[in-house]
Design a protein around this ligand. Sequence first.
Ligand code: UDX
Length: 446
Amino acid sequence: MNITIVGVGYVGLVSGACFAEFGHNVICVDIDEHKINRLKDGIMPIYEPGLDHIVGQHSLSGRLTFTTDLARSVKGRDAVFIAVGTPPRPQDGHADLSFVYAAAKSIAESMDQFTVVVTKSTVPVGANREVARILGQYAPAGQQWAVASNPEFLREGAAISDFMEPDRVVIGCDNAQGIAIMERIYAPLAARNTPIMTTDIETAELIKYAANAFLAVKVSFINEVSDLCERVGGRVEEIAKGIGLDRRIGGSFLRTGPGWGGSCFPKDTRAMLMTAQDAGVPLSIVAAAVGANEQRKRDMADRIVEACGGSVNGKVIGVLGLTFKGQTDDMRESPSLDILKGLIAAGARVRAFDPSNPHEAAHLLPDVELVKTPEEAADGADALVVLTEWMVFKSYDLGELARVMRQRIMIDLRNLFDEATARESGFTTYHCLGQRSAVPKLAQVS
Ligand code: UDX
């Protein structure tokens, strides 16, 4: 099939590369000329394991091309995917759909055969109907088209395998010719028995929001159980395992941590709450998870203060990990932002190391000293805080880090290590989440 992807961000680039891997001819188009030129030179705009390999391979095979010329890229295509950003509008939290609608208009003006216009960007209920209205308004008279909602469920750091081996593909479309094209696009997955669900448009739009909100609720739930364990006993990891083995619950997304972040959960839960509010329907469970997550980040800063003896004023806090989760360079809505700002407001000096060297960290955390090695983060520190579950941290020589610290306190907010390992490495105190030895709540940072 001939496919065009509009918007070469995270979702667009991964989708385009994987469609080329399926055997389709893919054009990726973006208005950012610098990004397109770099991609033509094989330089990835994002960090995603395996992506450079697939992009390189299919740039060579000729099945994957990059351009800034949207009008030409839309001609002769079976499907055009819209994968532009839908950031929250600062004034009201609603998803900003102006990029989606602008793309729809440009596509409409250049279509020259039956084309399915597919929204991959996460959009609230009703957005695809608006895309259809725009196509109707701007497409040449007599031009045939269909609209489809095809949400993505990619996790950063695992996006290629999530795309190539998804749990399901959701296609929201009510046009038979459009559905047939979408089914041909995903035929390689259907051949491997991936469930391909065809629904109406609104259902597909809501599946995406409901999935992310449910997962966010799940993480917030285990974080609260984790707090409970710290007061009444019990170990959160074993509880997560014990409940996760019940197939009705499932074991994933039950890792306690400093709160959820990233480009999707915070944005999508907010957007879903706005939709519900506009519709006059209370989504009290999602609202509670959002509130609990905000509180969680404040609690984590308090916890670090308590582990440091009730004050961090004038103390040096070494930090391992800044990104919202491991194996990504993404800082968007990372819990580290709120937690570290809280520590700085309480008088701490913060020195942080992240293996991905996230380029946004310097302007998002201007008061944090960013260092290039874990040893530099630990050097002279009064406490070492683990904020992100980078796998590479497990290979560090903790003894080396403890040796250069002023006070050998570790606060592990991802439960990456354990008490015995920390103590053997020379740490005098090890704090983690969800078991009784963890520091009880006391002081407030702010
Ligand atoms: C998420 C969804 O998983 C994906 O389907 C959707 O398309 C985009 O949003 P992503 O943002 O990459 O993907 O992150 P994810 O791996 O889902 O983690 C989200 C947040 O929850 C992270 O901050 C992570 O650290 C946290 N988390 C996740 C936990 O604290 N515990 C868990 O058990 C799982």
